[in-house]
Design a protein around this ligand. Sequence first.
Ligand code: SF4
Length: 184
Amino acid sequence: METATGKFTVAEKPEGLEGAGFFATRLDKVVGLARKNSIWPLPFATSCCGIEFMATMGAHYDLARFGSERLSFSPRQADLLMVMGTIAKKMGPVLRQVYEQMAEPRWVISVGACASSGGIFDTYSVLQGIDRIIPVDVYVPGCPPRPEQIIDGVMKIQHLVETESLRRRDSPEYKAMLNKFGIE
Ligand code: SF4
């Protein structure tokens, strides 16, 4: 579509039945479509991977193309926790509290080697992966990952968001998964 400020693409409509003057689809597909294209990330950036994220937000890579330009520094107004950088064990409880303050549905990306596994910091003071304290949906490898990789991770999250069942968060399996992390 052409506008005064340039071209933009419109999100594809979900599968459904259509004819002259009507279109019918399932509620979960519409909700998935809306959520997928309006993810609000909370950047939890502690070190160098956060700089790559800044590049991802800049004009060249422009995460706004994915509907995610509205960053939230309040967990209560975010649905995607992006953990980027080395997480010291002292920082663990803070990260955990941020996760717990986010409303459902919420997703988590672990960006880079440090957040995913402690990276090169195999030491007494560094958490050896954030999945020891909170569940992670997508891992982005690299030290640091390039912005393209971060965007790839966001697109994988978008796929999860779009296809997730609306009932998943109320399921006993989901509650059991959270309980494994000691989260009620
Ligand atoms: S993964 Fe590498 S670039 Fe990212 S925070 Fe760790 S040391 Fe820095």
